[in-house]
Design a protein around this ligand. Structure first.
Ligand code: TPP
Ligand code: MG
Length: 691
């Protein structure tokens, strides 16, 4: 008898069979990898089954369908649950070129290669590796934060693209989350903002299993979550048994009927459901069950004890009948509607095409400003605000906002309107003082085809770092705008003055850190940012005015496109010393250069607005900018000098900050900390003497 025949597959038991298939695939995947979390998928399999099979408007044959409902597994440690669903629902793989193949995103071989090098089933779901994974999760709280951005995107798209008789966008966003997601601050920030915005298309399913890694959740978590969410303005409903498919279905109905606020479904579940040892114990559940327990659990499920990676007869068919068939009807209906829409509103349809393919429309850089030379100059936050507004005119899906500092960050889009509860078409977002959720929401908006930005003071980038990191890992072009970028912000003092943030963000793979040295470099930085497809950007801007350099005298700002370029060079030959600067310190280098030149010292100024792009240049360009024979080099940056040695070498000198700043007027700080042209000149001389 073949294994699958041992499993009853008739009548009502078919559903149980499907649920147990999800469970056993998760168990076997974890066991084979000898690593991972089987418990959460075992407890949550019925929830995922009920949602995907009966409610999710999702087409496995087109994981990129614009109006698909989004499913986010915020408790990313339960990744095998998602992989099992992607496998059983037969979600297709999308190629790098955006073409959908006939291949499954997660074929059985990939389930068997869970957590192995190069597999499409990494330990936690990674959206850039696996089709059907909407966003990368694992750091608890990020997924629910992303789901906020996705729900915002759905509302924004509906408000901007739907037309009478053409409801092109109305997708819902479901996030499965755990105790950890709701303990994390970001979960609270996201819930608070979602409630405030009355995002009725957002549904969080809270796995209330009363346990976390260290032991019972009550050791560290005793608040009344329901009351908390009611306080946030959510609708809260409860399912007292995760195995009760009918109750689950009713809860999803409640979500659909709730049209004025988000919904939290609190689902009481048992981690490691069916396991005699793992559930309700403090035993670490972030590990495989072990062969013996696997057998016991399979017995409990009525499963052949020796079967591995078994998908019994009837299961695949059942999924095809459920999600498979429903999607065909839904997607076909939508496609017909969209075909008519495209005829009636060709511009809007074309725009959606650009958005989905991450393309820029023709004329995207129309009317970009040029700033005339000006010794007094302008703060880069100011010039950035101007450029952003020009770009936003050309790029209608460029939207965003600030964490309560829009006036300081200069990020308001004029005539853009506000995005607020009941008025979801606006382009200006008020994220409130919620930096972390803002960054996660921006990522969620980006993966929903919008081009979104979030802004705050540079010092508070620390509050956003986990989400910035995920945007870099996901290879998505999130935009983070940071103003007040150094001690140059003055009187607010060391609590607000960033020191180590530049170095720490530069250490992050795939993040572009751009710190323009004058208004025209700001323009060039925005050109770079607009064209990004697979990297996020952190744009780092001053509060204080800085000179707009005379580009007829010095090199053109277009050099910014290479990350670093020679701004001013030694007359008639090889420099004795190279001055390297970014941002507000670039003009200090220029002043020092003029002084050195006047006294006959051959100096070169290299502007380095973006290290990461400079690193991408070929060796000969790099050598031409920083010739290895010139070892006398001085970097100037009002920040931690960590990392500058890469460019200044062992004989070079680094002017920077070696302590936290201080509260004082800018001019006093510059003198006190030694950011003067004379100091740069003195260091240059010392470097030449020491070479
Ligand atoms: C930000 C963050 N901190 C810590 C972890 C490590 N971790 C993985 S699962 C988990 C907690 C598990 O408890 P819960 O969130 O209730 O999930 P359950 O085990 O019930 O599935 C922790 C701390 C993490 N993934 N993310
Ligand atoms: Mg838990």
């Amino acid at each position: 008898m073949v294994a699958s025949e041992q499993v009853l597959a008739t009548g009502q038991q078919l559903e149980t069979l499907c649920v147990n298939t999800i469970r056993t695939l998760a168990i076997d995947g974890v066991q084979q990898a000898n690593s991972g979390h089987p418990g959460a998928p075992m407890g949550l399999a019925p929830v995922a089954y009920c949602l995907w099979q009966n409610f999710l408007r999702y087409d496995p044959a087109d994981p990129l369908w614009l109006n698909r409902d989004r499913f986010v597994l915020s408790n990313g440690h339960a990744s095998m649950l998602l992989y099992a669903m992607l496998h059983l629902a037969e979600v297709r793989q999308v190629g790098k070129d955006g073409q959908i193949s006939n291949e499954l995103a997660v074929p059985m071989e990939e389930i068997k290669r869970f957590r192995q090098l190069g597999s499409r089933t990494p330990g936690h779901p990674e959206s850039h590796l696996t089709s059907g994974v909407e966003t990368t999760t694992g750091p608890l709280g990020q997924g629910v934060g992303n789901s906020l951005g996705m729900a915002i995107a759905s509302k924004w798209l509906a408000a901007n693209f739907n037309r009478p008789g053409f409801e092109i966008f109305d997708f819902d966003v479901y996030a499965l989350c755990s105790d950890g997601d709701l303990m994390e601050g970001i979960g609270g920030e996201a819930a608070s903002l979602a409630g405030h915005l009355k995002l009725s298309n957002l549904c969080w399913m809270y796995d209330h299993n009363s346990i976390t890694l260290d032991g019972p959740a009550e050791w560290s978590f005793s608040e009344d979550v329901a009351t908390r969410f009611v306080g946030y303005g959510w609708n809260v409903t409860r399912v007292v048994d995760a195995n009760d498919l009918e109750m689950l279905a009713r809860a999803f109905d409640v979500f659909h009927k709730t049209t004025d606020r988000p919904t939290l479904i609190i689902i009481d579940s048992h981690i490691g459901y069916g396991s005699p040892h793992k559930q309700d114990t403090n035993a670490a559940h972030g590990e495989p069950l072990g062969e013996e327990e696997v057998r016991l659990v399979k017995k409990f499920y009525g499963w052949p004890e020796d079967a591995k990676f078994l998908v019994p007869d009837g299961v695949r068919e059942h999924f095809r009948e459920g999600i498979g068939k429903r999607r065909r009807d839904l997607h076909a209906q939508w496609s017909n509607l969209f075909a008519d829409y495209s005829k009636k509103y060709p511009e809007l349809a074309e725009r959606l095409g650009h958005m989905q393919r991450h393309e820029l429309p023709a004329g995207w850089d129309r009317s970009m400003p040029t700033f005339p030379a000006d010794a007094k100059g302008v703060a880069t936050r100011e010039s950035s605000g101007k450029v952003l507004n020009v770009l936003a005119q050309n790029l209608p899906w460029l939207i965003g906002g600030s964490a309560d500092l829009a006036t300081s960050n200069k990020t308001t889009l004029k005539d853009g309107g506000d995005f607020e509860a009941g008025n979801y078409g606006g382009r200006n977002f008020h994220f409130g003082v919620r930096e972390h959720a803002m960054a996660a929401a921006v990522n969620g908006m980006i993966v929903s085809n919008l081009r979104a930005f979030g802004a705050t003071f540079f010092n508070f980038s620390d509050y956003m770092r986990p989400s910035i990191r995920l945007s870099a890992l996901m290879e998505i072009p999130s935009i983070f705008i940071f103003t007040h970028d150094s001690i140059g912000l003055g009187e607010d003092g060391p609590t607000h003055q960033p020191i180590e943030q530049l170095a720490s963000l530069r250490a992050m793979p795939n993040l572009l850190v751009l710190r323009p040295g004058d208004a025209n470099e700001v323009v060039e930085c925005w050109r770079i940012i607009a064209q990004l497809k697979h990297s996020p950007a952190a744009l780092v801007l001053t509060r204080q005015a800085i000179p707009t350099l005379d580009r007829s005298k010095y090199a053109a700002a277009s050099g910014t496109a290479k990350g670093a370029y020679i701004l001013a060079d030694a007359a008639g030959g090889k420099p004795e010393v190279i001055l390297l600067g970014t941002g507000s310190e670039l003009s200090l280098c220029v002043d020092a250069y003029e002084k050195l030149s006047a006294e006959g010292t051959k100096a070169r100024v290299v502007s380095m607005p973006c290290w990461e792009i400079f690193e991408q240049q070929d060796a000969s360009y790099k050598e031409s900018v920083l010739p290895s024979s010139v070892t006398a080099r001085v970097s100037v940056e009002m920040a931690a000098t960590f990392g500058w040695e890469r460019y200044t070498g062992s004989k070079g000198r680094n002017i920077g900050m070696h302590r936290f700043g201080a509260s004082a007027p800018l001019k006093d700080l510059l003198k006190y900390f030694g950011f003067t042209a004379d100091k740069v000149v003195a260091e240059a001389r010392a470097a030449i003497a020491n070479k």
